[in-house]
Design a protein around this ligand. Sequence first.
Ligand code: ADP
Ligand code: MG
Length: 239
Amino acid sequence: MSSDVLLETRGVTQRFGGLTANSDVSISIRRGEILGLIGPNGAGKSTLFGAIAGARVPTAGMILFEGRDITRLPAAERCRLGIARTFQVPRSFDSMSVVENVMIGAFVRHANATMARAAAYDTLDFVGLGGRAETSAGQLTPPEKRRLEVARAIATEPKLLLLDEVLTGLTPSEARLGVELVRKVQGRGITVVMVEHVMEIVMQLVERAIVLNLGQLLAEGAPAEIVRNEAVIAAYLGD
Ligand code: ADP
Ligand code: MG
């Protein structure tokens, strides 16, 4: 495998009872890219993130990170290797302060609480939440909660960051700030895979996109090609 491939899934299949959420999905994520993961609701995007981040061992298939088989590694170990994710529904600890929430991520790299706290403050500055550090997470606005989710993931110092609909539901100006933040994350040398529904954002932000439909890989390519792909159009508009 060439070293520009950071992560690879080979024939990943995930069944939930009779439902096949991912069916024989093989993709490569290239080091340094921003990869878009798109597809209609229920296509299996979040499930694929779960397979990569270690939410569960897939029914079949294999996942390689930097050439190493991680298919059966627990999520915490994958995090330590450099795979971080956000959740489609933010998972903050609302009674804890914002900085304490980010420290949960920072503890992956710093055993010492003072150092974890310092790293968490740096990360909050990076995502533009520095002024909210002492607020309890429950007080944050929905767009701030998304930023917190990103901050907690970045605080683990990942090589690969999986963003699950972090820009969904934002106003156009909030989404613009989000786009800037994703570019800054890439500028830090972090490879990004993002689930995003707004094609305008996909077009301006991602270099390459992968389309899932009904659990299967439907198309792959530059966003400008993807939007003209007949199968992709049918998946979105068809019955
Ligand atoms: P997407 O993120 O593309 O909207 P998901 O990966 O969340 O899609 O879901 C794909 C399919 O798998 C859906 O039909 C969903 O209901 C089902 N699914 C996802 N997670 C589970 C689970 N833990 N148990 C049972 N079914 C699930
Ligand atoms: Mg999803």
